[in-house]
Design a protein around this ligand. Structure first.
Ligand SMILES: [Zn+2]
Ligand SMILES: [Zn+2]
Length: 377
């Protein structure tokens, strides 16, 4: 069989018409350094098998903040220090394709909407990729947080083999948060194997991940107990469909969940990135209950659940690192159908430092999305 030369591997790709040589980007030169806006950051080159997208909107994630601050922890509990510098965050982005190189499979064309997700490239050959768990790829996976520039820039190059092609009829402002905190929330809730009418506790229920977890839990038929702090979040959580709101600043949340449920909840989803939120989360569970962990606290905190409790109560503890592309598209579809609505506030790109500050100190209800492209709605 003769293979055409154009499909045998990387080839010279001509420059993209209309793509400027430099662009505006928000970069962090050193970990724990400030966010700096520059206008002379080089635009990415289009490589074989890639597309270039113009970035329209992107959500601001807690893990962007941890990476900027140098407090992001890896699976070994140690700080992740192997980070590309300057660091350009943003992995809840939506872009519009402006150029498609040779080697991109499928009917991808200029004008298509694409997602800019956490995972940027995968090997597609390791056992985890083959099992549809490519977010755990061990064959040289890269992401838009530690290895490649993310969506806090005007143009981005994306791997055509790991492309998130979005439906034409979604709202590009709203869908970004579904691609990181949303898919994590979806996976956390799905991992609880809930049956209609069963109790599910969502810790950090008013946050970016939490407010979507409440909605996925409702779609899957759970009775939701929302746990968060302060009166301002009560109406928000109840409005999302939670049956109860437990304010941890006023009551002991474990005692309150046990009081409401009698023998404990069927499942607990912890979306908060705080060690305190996790410490006693499993104590809210009934026999055979599932604790699903989504938020990643900085540092090396541990659950304070005794091994005896885990064994005697037959508890299960699962972790959810985003989800696969297939699961992401399931979550996108729920938003496209109007069944799950990300609560967003759109802010100018320039507000990024202020948004980080709010995430770090005050907490944010729902999600803040920044508008990157000036000339697109
Ligand atoms: Zn994220
Ligand atoms: Zn792999």
């Amino acid at each position: 069989m003769t293979v055409p030369a154009s499909t045998t591997g990387p080839t010279e790709v001509p420059p993209v018409p209309g793509l400027p040589a430099s662009q505006r980007a928000a970069l962090v030169r050193a970990q724990n350094g400030p966010v700096e806006f520059v206008t002379d950051y080089p635009t990415p080159k289009l490589g074989y098998g890639e597309v270039i997208a113009k970035v329209l909107y992107t959500g601001v994630c807690q893990s962007d903040l941890h990476t900027k601050n140098g407090t992001a922890a890896g699976a070994d509990g140690k700080n992740i220090t192997n980070i590309k510098l300057p660091h350009i965050g943003g992995h809840e982005g939506v872009g519009r394709v402006i150029a498609v190189a040779d080697g991109v499979k499928g009917n991808v064309k200029p004008g298509d909407l694409v997602g800019i997700r956490f995972i940027s490239r995968i090997c597609r050959r390791c056992e985890f990729c083959l099992a549809g768990q490519e977010q755990h790829c061990t064959g040289g996976m890269t992401n838009h947080l530690h290895h490649e520039d993310g969506a806090f820039q005007e143009y981005i190059a994306l791997d055509g083999d790991n492309l998130t092609v979005l439906p034409d009829d979604i709202d590009p402002q709203t869908i970004g948060p579904v691609l990181c905190c949303g898919i994590t929330a979806y996976k956390c809730v799905k991992s609880c194997q809930i049956n209609p009418g069963e109790w599910m506790v969502i810790i950090g229920a008013a946050g970016g991940m939490g407010h979507l977890a409440v909605q996925y839990a409702r779609v899957m038929g759970a009775r939701v107990i929302a746990v968060d702090g302060g009166d301002a979040k009560r109406d928000f959580c109840l409005g999302l469909g939670a049956s109860h709101y437990v304010d941890f600043t006023k009551v002991n949340p474990v005692a309150e969940v046990l009081r409401l449920t009698g023998v404990g909840a069927h499942s607990v989803v912890c979306t908060a990135g705080s060690p305190r939120a996790y410490a006693h989360a499993a104590d809210m569970l009934r026999i055979g209950g599932i604790l699903s962990c989504g938020g990643i606290p900085p540092g090396t905190p541990h659950l304070e659940t005794s091994i005896g409790a885990i064994v005697i109560k037959g508890l299960r503890i699962v972790g959810c690192l985003v989800g696969s592309l297939k699961e992401t598209m399931e979550a996108v579809e729920l938003t496209r159908l109007g069944m799950v609505k990300p609560s967003i506030v759109v802010k100018p790109f320039d507000d990024l430092p202020k948004i980080y500050d709010a995430l770090e100190h005050d907490g944010v209800m729902g999600r803040v999305v920044v508008k990157i492209a000036k000339d697109e709605q």
